[in-house]
Design a protein around this ligand. Structure first.
Ligand SMILES: C[S@@+](CC[C@H](N)C(=O)[O-])C[C@H]1O[C@@H](n2cnc3c(N)ncnc32)[C@H](O)[C@@H]1O
Length: 382
């Protein structure tokens, strides 16, 4: 079957690589996503194991619609009973990029009416209910000019969720983006990894599950909508899960984080415990600017505050202090910072050796690499 996988802008190539490793074929990167082909086994594997994916969608109907009436009648003609049972609930989500269909909410409404009217006509006035919060069958409608594609959402919720986040940090990093950042950094999963401003620990937990090769949704208790489909193959699902469990590898890599906020540190500790990676993840309270480093080398990945809650001059001072701390304490380290505050990044006083533009939802962010030479290396260089 054909599948559309969605992700953040900038992570398309990583997602394509992950899909290839999961067994997908005919892989093609598109804007904020990847199209590919897969059998059921590969789809199940993708659902459980892709780290950078946000949604997996299966196109079920494609047609052209010229007017709103045309759309309504064409949707009404489709064999919806193959995908929705009378006793199931459904919901429509629409993305419209079209001059004719410029109100996505209205398109959703017309599609919903057409589906309900078809059921009513064929089932003595009975129809499936709509449940926007937790539908059995989440349906996506994509309209591009006059081209309409109707897709089934395989999960029913965003796949950045892994189930380990217990309570909410003020500014948590999205799990899929955190995984993407770690992959883009080229971290080898063997070098000690440190997040100096770890917040709720997203980078730490993602790094640990990557190091131990734990598929991110393998132990997720929430049901995926695909599990409610008529053709869901329980035996195959169990087989894929078993195979992924066998792929888990022990790792002794040290992954640690600090945060100035004790509450954030507790969240990081809870998350690591929940994800069963607390054997290799450690989080403790410390002010990064005062902490003494004892390691001669290591890998830093972090997303410092972007500055929403600080005055401009304060955030500039804050980034200057990050740069000073890097130079003073972390010679021999490789550091990667993710930030949306491009102005403040300039005040680190360090030249980035790589800049990768990314998107954090609608926000433009940059992932920048800094090679922190220690005294002896600098002397050798000189
Ligand atoms: C953008 S948040 C990090 C979010 C984190 N990646 C997550 O997924 O939850 C930035 C964090 O930096 C922490 N922070 C601010 N100043 C700090 C300092 N001097 N030392 C250590 N942590 C600091 C804040 O408490 C906050 O949790």
């Amino acid at each position: 079957m054909e599948i559309v996988a969605k992700t953040f802008a900038g992570l398309e190539e990583l997602l394509a690589q992950e899909i290839k490793e999961a067994g997908g074929v005919e892989i093609k990167s598109i804007k904020r996503g990847v199209k590919f082909e897969a059998n059921e086994e590969v789809l199940y594997r993708c659902l459980l194991s892709l780290r950078t994916v946000l949604r997996l969608l299966v196109p079920v109907f494609k047609f052209k619609a010229h007017t709103e009436k045309d759309l309504y009648f064409k949707v009404k003609k489709l064999a919806w009973e193959e995908y929705i049972d009378l006793n199931q609930t459904f919901a429509i989500d629409c993305v419209a990029n079209s001059k004719v269909f410029n109100h996505s909410k209205f398109v959703s409404l017309r599609v919903k009416d057409a589906i309900c009217d078809r059921f009513r006509a064929n089932n003595n006035d009975q129809r499936p209910d709509v449940n926007v919060r937790n539908p059995d069958v989440p349906i996506n409608v994509h309209v591009n000019n006059l081209d309409v594609t109707i897709l089934l959402d395989v999960s029913g919720f965003s796949l950045h969720q892994r189930g380990y986040r217990t309570s909410d940090h003020r500014a948590p990093l999205n799990e899929a983006l955190a995984a993407g950042v770690l992959m883009l950094s080229g971290w080898d999963k063997k070098t000690d990894l440190y997040d100096p401003m770890c917040g709720s620990g997203t980078l730490l937990v993602e790094a640990a599950t990557m190091a131990q090769n734990i598929a991110p949704r393998l132990f997720f208790s929430k049901k995926f909508s695909l599990e409610k489909w008529d053709n869901f193959d329980v035996q195959l699902w169990k087989k894929v899960k078993k195979e992924l469990k066998h792929k888990i590898e022990p790792s002794s890599v040290k992954i640690f984080g600090t945060d100035i906020s004790q509450k954030a540190v507790q969240m990081a500790q809870f998350s690591a415990k929940d994800a069963a990676v607390d054997d290799i993840v450690e989080a403790y309270q410390a002010d990064f600017f005062k902490r003494k480093n004892k390691l001669s080398k290591g890998f830093i990945v972090s997303n410092p505050p972007y500055g929403e809650r600080l005055k401009e001059e304060d955030i500039i001072e804050f980034y200057k202090e990050i740069g000073n701390t890097f130079k003073r304490e972390y010679g021999g380290f490789e550091a990667w910072l993710l930030s949306s505050n491009f102005q403040a990044l300039k005040f680190l006083g360090l030249k980035p050796s790589k800049k990768i533009p990314l998107k954090n939802a609608a926000l433009d962010v940059k992932l920048q690499k800094y090679e922190l030479y220690d005294g002896s290396r600098r002397a050798v260089k000189q």
